[in-house]
Every structure is written in structure tokens, then in C-alpha cells.
Design a protein around this ligand. Structure first.
Ligand SMILES: Cc1cc2nc3c(=O)[nH]c(=O)nc-3n(C[C@H](O)[C@H](O)[C@H](O)COP(=O)(O)OP(=O)(O)OC[C@H]3O[C@@H](n4cnc5c(N)ncnc54)[C@H](O)[C@@H]3O)c2cc1C
Length: 392
């Protein structure tokens, strides 16, 4: 049986960054993911917001062109509202290569990465893993659940679990070169995207066409809603849709950061911890910020051999500002009638309405910088120094 300092389950952005950060501090880390390849079965559009681009060191060649423009549409798509920003608000990650680059960083830092390997349970400090070579057991001082919205690790550690989930699906395809400004189109229509929104992102390289909402409220199911939306999606009038498009999708936890996200045996990061902005449903920035905090807490726990340290990693210390977003999310979820959205939409054309929309979309508040009583989780994660060590 292998013995390690930390077993991280899930090699999404949260798990990759947590594992790398810990290995860079000199700890023995094993990172497992049930996916055989990290550039397959992608579950995100990959929109990174300005705050993330400023604070984190993402590989430039894995980021699409900057987007300065958002266009908001009512049901029926007539009379949209255009919001332009002088700064680079968004860039879409080329997520396959971006995950692969993060995996290379992890391995270079000394992480033992096991793909095609499913975590299958935890018993008193020992995890069961099922991989290409069969079943194996790994003893770990700490277990990290970076295993997404429906975290098995959360259940095994007796921690909180996500209850409020949206479902999202999109298709992605390359677009021929054009001279329109890169744009993020958002459609507010509860029949197409009940409780959230439908989107087209065309950054001049790829088109992402997607819908998200409450899974049980799509009138003909989410896939049908995506198909219908794709047929009339705004901003793509001259863009040919190839027959073979990449399909992405998955659950999005929008109930806010969970309260009990750590126990004596380990902790949760990313979607597993509910670390997603309830209003924008953006989870990539929170992944990176929370991973930095998780590294700090686990590093201290490993160095001091104290499990108490993990008690400081909790989701209860949520800033009031974030609570406001939860209320807005509830409001958005409650709107079921397209007529109501159409009636309220003219408000977005007024200066106060535009100001609110700008604050939500361009406001640098996708997630609180401080997600626990500890130091700011928003500390930039730019290649922290520290000894790198490859486990046994
Ligand atoms: C359609 C869609 C579009 C989105 N678009 C955006 C966006 O544009 N911008 C943004 O900020 N956020 C977006 N989000 C949210 C964002 O993608 C997530 O919040 C973020 O990717 C979560 O990362 P994670 O590492 O926590 O989890 P994940 O990326 O889900 O990674 C979890 C990993 O754990 C693995 N795993 C699960 N169980 C096991 C197990 N038992 N054993 C081994 N491995 C396991 C999975 O294979 C997976 O690789 C979107 C979400 C969806 C669904």
C-alpha cells in the first residue's frame, strides 16, 4: 500500500492547482481522476474574468482574444442592450490545452498523477482506487475532494453537499475569421434557460452556444432547448455550424459556498465545496482562489501535524456582499414567465439598470476574496516558490 501526505481526488482546475501548490511546498501528493484524458469530456465554457486574468498566471497561448462587449437580449431577441467596457473583461480558455498545461505543472512539481483512476471510498485514512491495473489502496494523511459538484469525497468525509444545482450544456466549434468585435451574448428567456441564461460567446476563434437552468424546468428537456436555441442564436448569422461540434455539459452548484467544507481528515475545493458564484455561475475564479487557500491550510496542517488547523477552513464566514448574490439568484430562479422578463427588460436600458448589469457582469465580484477566516484566498497564485519533490 502506498502512503502519501495528500490524496487529491479530481483533476479539474481546483484539484490540479491544489495538488501542484502542495507539491511545490514539498509534500507527497497523489492526484487521481477517473477521466483517462484531461482534454476530453470538458464541462466548462472556460470564460475567465478580468480579476482572474490579473491575479493568476494562466498560459497566454491557452487564452482566446479579449472580450470587451456583452449584449443582453430579452425573449424574442428584439431590442438588446449592449454594454461595452474599456478593459479586457473576459477571455475564453482553450480548456483542453489549459488542463494539459496545468497537469504538466503538477507533474513537474512532483505530483503523482493517475488518470483513468476512480476514487471509490475512504476508510479510516485509506482510500480505495480503481484504475487500469485494478484496485489499489492509498493511505493518506489528508484527503482532498476536488471531485466536482456531486462530490463522493464530501459524502465520505461527512461534509456538506451541494443541493441546489443548475444543469448546463453547450456546443463549441471554430468560427471562420471575421471582423466583428469578440462578444458575449446573453439571452434572458425562462423558456430557453429556466432560472439562468442562454449564451453565445464568439471571440473570433470559437463559438460557444449554450443554455443552463433548472434541469426539471426545461419544457422539452435541456438538449432540446439547446438545439432550439442554437437554431436562432444571436450573433451567429453568418457563421456556419459544422455537423461535428464538441459537446460539453454538466451540473453547476449555485447554492453558494457550503458551510462544512473541512473535517479532521480533509477538505473540499472548487465545485465540491459549492465555490461558484450563485449569480453568474462562474466557478473558475473561485477554483483558483480556493485552491490557494486549501494549499495554505493543508501545508500548515502537515507541517504542524495538527488537524485542528483545518477547522479554520470553513464556508460559514461568508461576506454579506455574497449573500446579496444568493438573494438575486433566488429572484432569477423565481421568474418563470417570458412576458415578465420582457416587461422588466426596459429597466436595463435606464442608467440605473445598466449600472446594475455592469456591476454584475464587469464587477470583479465573482467570488469573495476571503472565503474563510484565514488570509485572503485571493492572493495571487503566481508560481509560489518552494522545494519540489517527486514522491517515491
Ligand atoms: C456548461 C458549463 C459551463 C460553464 N462555464 C463556465 C465559465 O465559462 N466560467 C466559469 O468561471 N465557470 C463556468 N462553469 C463552472 C466551472 O466550469 C466549474 O465551477 C469548474 O470547472 C469546477 O472545477 P472543479 O475542478 O471544481 O471541478 P471539475 O472541473 O468538475 O473537476 C472534477 C473532476 O473530478 C473528477 N472526478 C469526479 N468524481 C471522481 C471520482 N470518484 N474519482 C476520480 N475522479 C473523479 C472528474 O472526472 C473531474 O475531472 C461552467 C459549468 C458548466 C457545467
Amino acid at each position: 500500500m502506498t502512503a502519501v501526505d495528500v490524496l487529491v481526488v479530481g483533476a479539474g482546475l481546483a484539484g490540479l492547482h491544489t495538488a501542484t501548490g502542495l507539491a511545490r511546498q514539498g509534500h507527497d501528493v497523489v492526484l487521481v481522476d477517473r477521466r483517462a484524458a484531461l482534454d476530453g469530456a470538458i464541462r466548462t465554457t472556460g470564460i475567465f474574468v478580468a480579476k482572474t486574468l490579473a491575479d493568476f498566471d494562466l498560459p497566454e497561448d491557452c487564452l482566446g482574444p479579449p472580450i470587451h462587449r456583452v449584449v443582453l437580449y430579452p425573449p424574442g431577441l428584439r431590442g438588446p442592450v449592449t454594454l461595452d467596457s474599456p478593459r479586457e473583461e473576459f477571455r475564453v480558455g482553450d480548456m483542453g490545452p489549459l488542463y494539459l498545461a496545468a497537469a504538466r505543472d503538477a507533474v513537474d512539481a512532483g505530483v503523482l498523477l493517475a488518470l483513468g483512476t476512480r476514487y471509490d471510498g475512504w476508510d479510516d485514512g485509506t482510500a480505495t482506487l480503481v484504475g487500469p491495473g485494478g484496485t489499489s489502496r492509498v493511505r493518506a494523511r489528508f484527503l482532498v475532494g476536488a471531485d466536482g459538484a456531486r462530490s463522493r469525497v464530501a459524502a465520505d468525509l461527512g461534509l456538506d453537499r451541494n443541493r441546489l444545482l443548475l444543469a448546463g450544456a453547450e456546443e463549441v466549434y471554430p468560427v471562420p475569421r471575421h471582423d466583428r468585435p469578440p462578444t458575449f451574448h446573453c439571452v434572458l428567456d425562462p423558456t430557453v434557460a429556466p432560472g439562468y441564461l442562454a449564451w453565445v460567446v464568439d471571440d473570433g476563434e470559437h463559438a460557444h452556444v449554450g443554455v443552463a437552468g433548472h434541469a426539471d424546468r426545461f419544457p422539452r428537456g435541456m438538449r432540446a432547448a439547446l438545439q432550439e436555441f442554437a437554431a436562432t442564436a444571436p450573433g451567429l448569422a453568418d457563421v456556419p455550424r459544422p455537423d461535428d461540434v464538441e459537446k460539453r455539459g454538466g451540473p453547476i452548484p449555485v447554492g453558494g459556498l457550503l458551510r462544512r467544507i473541512a473535517g479532521p481528515a480533509g477538505l473540499l475545493v472548487g465545485d465540491a465545496a459549492g465555490a461558484v458564484s450563485p449569480l453568474t455561475a462562474g466557478g473558475l475564479d473561485p477554483c483558483l482562489r480556493q485552491a490557494a487557500l486549501a494549499v495554505e491550510v493543508l501545508d500548515r496542517a502537515l507541517r504542524t501535524s495538527s488537524r485542528e488547523v483545518l477547522a479554520g477552513y470553513d464556508g460559514a464566514a461568508l461576506p454579506e456582499r455574497f449573500r446579496g448574490r444568493l438573494l438575486l439568484r433566488r429572484g432569477l430562479s423565481a421568474v418563470r414567465s417570458p412576458a415578465l422578463v420582457s416587461a422588466g427588460f426596459p429597466l436595463l436600458r435606464t442608467p440605473p439598470g445598466r449600472a446594475v448589469a455592469r456591476a454584475v457582469l464587469f464587477g470583479d465580484r465573482s467570488f469573495p476574496d476571503r472565503v474563510s477566516g484565514g488570509r485572503g484566498a485571493g492572493e495571487p497564485a503566481r508560481r509560489p516558490a518552494g522545494p519540489a519533490r517527486r514522491p517515491g
